[in-house]
Design a protein. Structure first.
Length: 140
């Protein structure tokens, strides 16, 4: 929620409300009213978890990013949004806010697998990418 273009608070629900619903509540000692109320919808976001470096950076920039954008998604990797502080909090927030989670699992990267597990725990729709012919863990 923003007042005069200043963000006051933001809350991400664990599951979207059915239909096109929005709600708000305000508490005060006197009457509270909302005027000039408008809603702006953000494009859905795809969070991508993958190893950094080549050839993965090229796959992200040349394939995953353009295809996600073509399908109407904003696409993000954690190295594009990380802020000062604990990176894991940034990762959790980005996965929670994402509409879909994409993981490139060719390289056995523990961080990517951890993020994949977190996305599964949140019941995020997940797309797994891997190079054909590479041996993957049995439970993937």
């Amino acid at each position: 929620m923003a007042v005069d273009e200043v963000q006051i608070f933001e809350h991400i629900l664990s599951h979207p409300l059915p239909g096109n619903q929005v709600g708000g509540a305000a508490y005060a000692k006197s009457e509270v009213s909302f005027k000039d109320f408008s809603i702006q919808q953000k494009r859905p976001r795809a969070f991508v978890a993958m190893q950094f470096g080549e050839p993965y950076d090229t796959i992200y920039r040349g394939v995953i990013g353009p295809e996600a954008k073509r399908l109407g998604f904003d696409v993000i990797r954690i190295n594009e949004v990380s802020k000062p502080g604990i990176i894991f909090e940034d990762i959790k927030r980005e996965i929670a806010e994402a509409k879909v989670f994409i993981a490139e699992i060719t390289a056995p990267n523990q961080n990517v697998f951890y993020e994949l597990g977190y996305a599964h725990a949140l019941n995020k729709p997940t797309i797994l990418l891997a190079q054909r012919g590479k041996e993957l863990p049995l439970d993937i």
